[in-house]
Design a binder for this molecule. Structure first.
Ligand code: ZN
Ligand code: ZN
Length: 90
């Protein structure tokens, strides 16, 4: 099955997320459908100790669309980027 997806689901995005206390930002790399893991900033203690943190969730909410459309749809309706066609095994 061919589907069209937003490129943000396929390419890791670097997103700056502010810390809850303010004053600094963490750089988060978003995960992808292709198996890239989410990575938070090396300065983030939550990520270092637990392997997860709220920055990652916030970055995903902000930067990844999780949109999938059918053939003929050329752009992601959420962010307007050109859709990428992928083939999903049945
Ligand atoms: Zn973090
Ligand atoms: Zn999009």
């Amino acid at each position: 099955v061919r589907i069209r997806v937003c490129p943000t689901a396929l390419e890791p995005q670097e997103v700056e997320v502010e810390s809850s206390e303010g004053g600094r930002t963490y750089t988060v790399t978003t995960p992808t459908m292709l198996g890239n893991d989410a990575v938070c900033d090396e300065e983030c203690k939550g990520y270092m100790f637990r392997g997860k943190c709220r920055h990652i969730q916030e970055a995903i909410d902000r930067a990844v669309c999780f949109w999938g459309g059918s053939e003929g749809e050329t752009n992601c309706p959420s962010c307007g980027r050109e859709a990428v066609e992928i083939i999903v095994p049945d």
